[in-house]
Design a protein around this ligand. Structure first.
Ligand SMILES: *[C@@H]1O[C@H](CO)[C@@H](O)[C@H](O)[C@H]1NC(C)=O
Ligand SMILES: *[C@@H]1O[C@H](CO)[C@@H](O)[C@H](O)[C@H]1NC(C)=O
Length: 216
C-alpha cells in the first residue's frame, strides 16, 4: 500500500516534470571554430521557439545572420551557398549579429513559419557564403499541449530582408539619391520664391525702391 502511494506520487511528479520541461534537445552546434562560434545545448521549445544555450560568437563577421533552411542546402559545409531564410535575432532585430559571450538566447520564427518546417539553423555570413556553425532541426519534433497552446499567444518578430547585406547598401544609395533630389527641389523652390519675391517687390509700385539720387 505504502509502496503504491509512493510509486503513484513519483509517477505524478515525473509526469508534471515532463510537462514543465518539455523540449526537444538537438545537441550542441557544429562549427569550425571560425570567429569563435559554438554553443551548448540547443533545444526546440515549441514549433516556433529555439533555445540556444551558451552561445559564443566574436561578432567579427561582416554580414552574419541566423538562417533556417532545407535539407537540399549543403549546410554541413563550411563554405556553401545556403539559400535559407534569414530570421531575426533573440530581440526581434534584423541587424547583423553582434558579439555573443556564452549567452542563452531564444529565437522565434516570424508569422507563418515554424522551425519544424526547416532542416537546419546556421550562423551564416551572406557576403562570403561562410557557414560559421549549424544545428540540425527536427521536423518531427513533438511538443506538449502547453507548448502548442502557448504557440498562439507568442509574440512574433517581423520578417527580415532576405539579402540584407546588399539591401542595406541599395537602400542607402536610394536614400542618398532621394535626399539629393529633395535638396535640389528645395533649392529650386527657394530660388523660385526669391525670384517671385524680388519680382513682386519691383513690380509693386507701393514698394518701388527709392532711387538713391531721389534722396539727395
Ligand atoms: C538583446 O537585448 C538584451 C537585453 O536588452 C541585450 O542585453 C542584448 O545585447 C540584445 N541583443 C542584441 C543582439 O541586440
Ligand atoms: C506551426 O505550428 C503550429 C503548432 O503545431 C501550427 O498550428 C501552425 O499551423 C504551424 N504553422 C505553420 C506555418 O506551419
Amino acid at each position: 500500500m505504502m509502496f503504491h502511494l509512493v510509486q503513484n506520487g513519483l509517477l505524478l511528479f515525473v509526469a508534471s516534470l515532463s510537462v514543465v520541461f518539455a523540449e526537444v534537445k538537438l545537441g550542441g552546434m557544429e562549427s569550425w571554430g571560425f570567429n569563435g562560434v559554438r554553443s551548448g545545448m540547443v533545444s526546440m521549445m515549441s514549433p516556433s521557439k529555439l533555445k540556444i544555450r551558451g552561445f559564443d560568437y566574436s561578432g567579427e563577421g561582416p554580414a552574419v545572420w541566423f538562417m533556417v533552411g532545407k535539407e537540399d542546402d549543403p549546410y554541413n559545409e563550411e563554405f556553401a551557398e545556403l539559400k535559407g531564410t534569414i530570421i531575426a535575432d533573440e530581440n526581434g532585430s534584423c541587424d547583423k549579429l553582434a558579439r555573443y559571450r556564452n549567452e542563452n538566447i531564444m529565437l522565434t520564427t516570424p508569422e507563418g513559419m515554424n522551425f519544424t518546417d526547416f532542416d537546419y539553423l546556421a550562423v551564416f555570413c551572406t557576403r562570403f557564403n561562410h557557414n560559421f556553425g549549424f544545428i540540425e532541426l527536427k521536423r518531427d519534433a513533438q511538443f506538449g499541449q502547453d507548448e502548442i497552446a502557448a504557440y498562439a499567444d507568442e509574440k512574433r518578430p517581423k520578417q527580415c530582408p532576405q539579402d540584407p547585406d546588399n539591401d542595406e547598401e541599395e537602400e542607402d544609395k536610394v536614400e542618398e539619391e532621394k535626399e539629393e533630389e529633395d535638396k535640389e527641389e528645395e533649392d529650386e523652390e527657394e530660388d523660385d520664391n526669391k525670384r517671385k519675391r524680388k519680382k513682386s517687390f519691383v513690380a509693386s509700385p507701393k514698394f518701388a525702391p527709392i532711387a538713391p539720387s531721389a534722396t539727395k
